[in-house]
Design a protein around this ligand. Structure first.
Ligand code: AMO
Length: 424
């Protein structure tokens, strides 16, 4: 068999018709007839129908080959309207590379079973498309922050402080003192801005979420940014620009993926700044609820549907949010924090202007019943040239859910990790 292989995508072309090509991939489907065997072959780029005639030397192997076997094929390309991707490979030569056992995934299997065999289900057309969109999202986030002059910066994964509340901390066994997996890079990022001013990361975070929902994982990825001299309004503007940049990027680079996922992208195409801004108090009026009410994900989606665009939900009661958020000087019962709510999902990011003043931070730690001695070094940042600063964390899985239209967060990650699922 020839060494020069073409991708399937590249041979689906009128210019290739009549030409001899060599491809390799896996058997996606197989249909036997008396005189013909039809294989649908997939590689990472696309699918093609391959036809093997009874009188060809490939017939014996074609008879033997099973679903998900890997193989190399040579043959001529023919335009064929009836084939799934419009072209057909008329096979002269077929070489089985890895003959597959009976593939356990067939039609109409439960979600639970598909999660048990995730290592095999990863090959599905749906997951392949989603993972490609996800990859473009990562690329766009890096491009955006580099374009804006941010430095990529990493915080440690082992931490001794809670950033987002003690109830979801993952304790790590094996040390003689309590250590946790990071819930967010934020606290150590705040130290970084005094050197680098504008920083970002794309990193995993860990939360021991006990609830079973369609938008929580125990291990998820965040795009996070922190910037010196940036106020709350500046932060929201930057976040808006980031989201629009990512959306434009995937619209350009993932047309094929969206088509295969049947994702109608009209809503993404018409997305523009500014997003809506809604104070918590005004959201309560719309929902007919009282101060202190904690919005559900259903409430969030309802608000977005009402306003017809993403919403920055701002000015939450101080004790409802995190200890580091700066109270609004004009409405000190509330904080300069914002959750970004996306259509069909609800919250996809959280951000805030941070407390800069040492006394204010001490007061906040008390309100949240956190021990000052646990936050000694973090307090230091308020003693040595403190500056106004703001930052945010964007949940990449939730963003990918929105972009791809997937209904469950487990659909947008290769191997989901939750309280109930830690393998394969
Ligand atoms: P927050 O706790 O709001 O903020 O988290 C930021 C974003 O992360 C996503 N998210 C999750 N995604 C999947 N599974 C989870 N269990 C999960 N928990 C949160 C959400 C959320 O909006 N340090 C702050 C950010 C900042 O202010 O800089 C933080 O972590 O999309």
């Amino acid at each position: 068999m020839a060494a020069e292989f073409s991708s399937i995508e590249s041979v689906l072309d009128d210019k290739q018709a009549g030409k001899l090509v060599h491809i390799r991939g896996w058997v996606h489907r197989k249909r036997d007839q008396k005189e013909l065997i039809f294989l649908v072959i997939r590689d990472s780029t696309d699918l093609i129908q391959a036809v093997i005639k009874k009188d060809s030397k490939a017939w014996k192997d074609a008879e033997k080959i099973t679903i998900e076997s890997s193989c190399e094929l040579s043959g001529k390309i023919k335009k064929e309207e009836r084939a799934p991707t419009g072209y057909e490979l008329q096979v002269d030569d077929l070489k089985i590379i890895g003959l597959a056992e009976r593939f356990p995934i067939t039609k109409d299997l439960s979600e639970e079973f598909l999660r048990d065999v995730r290592h095999l289900w990863l090959r599905s057309r749906k997951l392949t498309q989603v993972l490609r969109v996800r990859s473009e999202v990562f690329r766009a986030i890096h491009d955006f922050y580099h374009k804006e002059g941010f430095t990529e910066y990493q915080s440690p994964i082992f931490t001794t402080q809670a950033c987002e509340g003690g109830s979801t901390l993952f304790e790590v066994k094996g040390f003689d003192r309590k250590v946790y997996l990071s819930q967010s890079w934020q606290l150590h990022a705040e130290a970084g801005i005094f050197a680098l001013e504008k920083i970002y990361t794309v990193a995993p975070m860990f939360r021991a979420e006990k609830s079973r929902t369609t938008r929580h994982l125990a291990e998820a990825w965040l795009a996070e940014s922190e910037a010196a001299w940036l106020d709350f309004d500046g932060l929201l503007k930057q976040e808006e620009e980031l989201i629009i940049y990512v959306v434009q990027h995937v619209l350009k680079t993932c047309k094929k993926e969206f088509k295969e996922l049947s994702r109608d992208t009209k809503d993404l195409e018409s997305l523009k700044a500014p997003f809506a801004r809604l104070k918590y108090a005004d959201a309560l009026k719309k929902l007919g609820k009282k101060w202190g009410y904690d919005l559900t994900d259903k409430d969030e989606r309802e608000l977005v549907a009402q306003l017809g665009k993403p919403i920055f939900l701002t000015h939450f009661p101080r004790d409802m949010k995190a200890f580091y958020m700066k109270p609004d000087p004009k409405e000190p019962k509330t904080v300069l924090g914002a959750d970004l709510l996306a259509p069909g999902i609800g919250e996809i990011s959280g951000g805030s202007e941070r407390i800069v003043d040492e006394k204010e931070l001490q007061k906040s730690l008390k309100i949240f019943k956190l021990k000052e001695e646990d936050y000694g070094w973090y307090m230091d940042l308020r003693k040595f040239g403190s500056v106004p600063h703001s930052g945010m964390g964007l949940g990449i899985e939730r963003l990918v859910m929105w972009l791809t239209g997937m209904p469950h967060i487990m659909d947008v990650v290769s191997f989901p990790r939750t309280l109930y699922r830690l393998s394969p």
